[in-house]
Design a protein. Structure first.
Length: 534
């Protein structure tokens, strides 16, 4: 007899769980139940350290049970939890952890699949409360505000206990929707869209350096993008403050975790694998990175590392990375010329880049990935040609030492991000992005061993709209999902002028959709940095 869709999902779920090494104890019963949803696939979600951290912290709190839900590729309309197969709508809270703009439409799709109204104003009083946290929540939450009951702004650790105690108290008192939102609305780091007053300012929560311990992944899975890898945090934010980078501005100030704490966490908690991934937006700026990697390699750990700055690469360091089984190194020069790198505050010379390339070419590492941005403020065609020049120089270094090697070049369009000096700058027009990318692709075809990663301009434009838009964007997202139309039709149905959002320069006095959130870096200081470039 043919199995039902539910039976097939149960088999799929059991297979995933059986392959995990999970150190989290999920209570069989608890007063407050939370479905933690990553609005993308299991492989992507389980590679997200923030998602794994929240899952662990929720389940460690007395009285709380937290189960995971994903967008299941083979079962796109199934909205059941991984742990028990429970329906999404049977939880008290549905908490979306969201880091990337392009995952936003999946929130609406998941709610509709679960027979929950996407718009908070249309929900039944007994429906689960919909919560959102993660980087997207404290950049610009307004495009999805009509769908969400409340947003947690900032890093969860400092307010986790207060938040969960409040929710547990309200659950004991009868769990009345309006009362819950009223109490949440009083909190400075919680955005309740339906209660929020026009002139009210909110602030994000952040973990002080003194209190910070390294977060880590309690679940090891061969089905994660980082297969069987233990992830551990080395720091948050970045002290360099590149003008295009959101992470260095919203995770402010820059904080690092001591080497001793990191090693203690790894040695005491990493029980099921010898692969360790070091996580941090400014990994290269970790002051004891060489010593940390050296000690891990001495203990027979294999290393996984995020993007490096090229100016920290030395022949000594590369030898340690080779011992740590590093096969590929990833770098982000961002721009093709020193002039433009200095303009965007990247501050990386061609000489530093080529010296690092030589150190890598002298080693056993034979794959390099490089990331660039096109459409940056102040960019000229000379900067685009500079990308080709730089890659050609790197390719020549590699060919001279080793023959043909794999150099992968990824070129992304500039996306203005809230709370950065570039939040006032419009993106390049679609025709310009295509022209520059076509030129680069044509030139890279002439260079043996160089692979060019194509990007979707339409996805990049969508990302800009979701990054900069206001609450009207929610209508278009709803039309897109409900009516299964393309984005152009959805924008028209919602009456949204896409050109105004993505191509019109913004002024200081303009009211930006995210201005109600106050950060440690004042808007005036960001504007001053922006004006200094003009």
């Amino acid at each position: 007899m043919r199995k039902s869709k539910f039976e097939n999902f149960l088999a799929f779920r059991e297979r995933l769980l059986s392959r995990e090494k999970n150190q989290v104890q999920v209570p069989s019963e608890a007063l407050l139940s939370i479905a933690l949803v990553y609005p993308n696939t299991y492989a992507v979600g389980m590679a997200n350290l923030g998602f794994q951290t929240i899952y662990r912290l929720f389940n460690e709190f007395p009285g709380v049970r937290c189960e995971r839900v994903f967008l299941y590729e083979k079962f796109p309309d199934v909205t059941r939890s991984l742990e028990t197969g429970s329906q999404l709508r049977n939880f008290d809270i549905i908490a979306f952890s969201i880091s990337f703009e392009l995952d936003v439409p999946n929130i609406v799709q998941i709610l509709m699949n679960a027979n929950i109204s996407p718009f908070s104003s249309d929900r039944h009083p007994l429906d689960p409360l919909i919560m959102v946290g993660g980087a997207m929540a404290f950049l610009n939450p307004t495009p999805i505000a009509p769908f969400i009951d409340f947003f947690y702004l900032g890093e969860i650790e400092p307010e986790l206990q207060n938040l969960l105690l409040l929710l547990l108290r309200l659950k004991k008192a009868g769990w009345e929707r309006n009362s819950i939102l009223e109490e949440l609305h009083e909190k400075n780091m919680i955005y309740v869209p339906e209660k929020h007053g026009e002139n009210r300012k909110l602030t994000k929560a952040f973990q002080s350096a003194r209190e910070q311990s390294p977060q880590y992944s309690p679940i090891i899975s061969p089905d994660s993008h980082f297969q069987n890898m233990f992830l551990v945090e080395v720091g948050r934010g970045c002290g360099r403050h590149c003008y295009f980078c959101a992470a260095s501005h919203i995770y402010y100030p820059f904080r690092i975790v001591s080497k001793e704490k990191i090693l203690n966490t790894i040695f005491s908690t990493c029980k099921y694998t010898k692969k360790v991934g070091l996580v941090g937006a400014a990994l290269s700026d970790y002051p004891q990175l060489f010593q940390l990697c050296s000690e891990l390699v001495e203990q027979q750990f294999k290393l996984g590392l995020s993007s490096f700055r090229l100016d920290v690469i030395t022949s000594e360091f590369v030898k340690v990375l080779v011992k740590g089984n590093i096969k590929t190194l990833t770098f982000a020069p961002e721009a093709g010329t020193e002039r433009l790198r200095n303009l965007i505050h990247k501050n990386l010379s061609n000489e530093q880049i080529l010296e690092a390339a030589q150190a890598i070419a002298d080693s056993q590492i034979n794959q390099v990935k490089l990331y660039f941005i096109i459409g940056l403020p102040g960019e000229t065609d000379d900067d685009i040609m500079g990308i080709v020049y730089l890659i050609e120089k790197i390719q020549n270094i590699f060919r001279k030492n080793k023959g043909l090697n794999s150099i992968t070049v990824s070129v992304n369009a500039f996306i203005p991000k809230p709370f950065t000096p570039f939040q006032w700058f419009p993106i390049a027009r679609e025709s310009e992005i295509r022209r520059k990318r076509k030129y680069l692709e044509r030139e890279f075809k002439k260079l043996p061993g160089v692979q060019f990663n194509r990007k979707s301009v339409k996805d990049e434009i969508l990302q800009v709209i979701l990054s900069l838009g206001d609450q009207k964007i929610a209508e278009a997202i709803y039309y897109k999902i409900k009516n299964k139309v393309d984005w152009g039709t959805a924008w028209n149905q919602a009456g949204i002028d896409v050109e105004r959002i993505i191509c019109q320069p913004r002024k200081f006095e303009d009211q930006l959709p995210w201005d109600f959130i106050e950060y440690d870096i004042p808007k005036e200081r960001l504007w001053k940095k922006w004006k200094s470039l003009l």
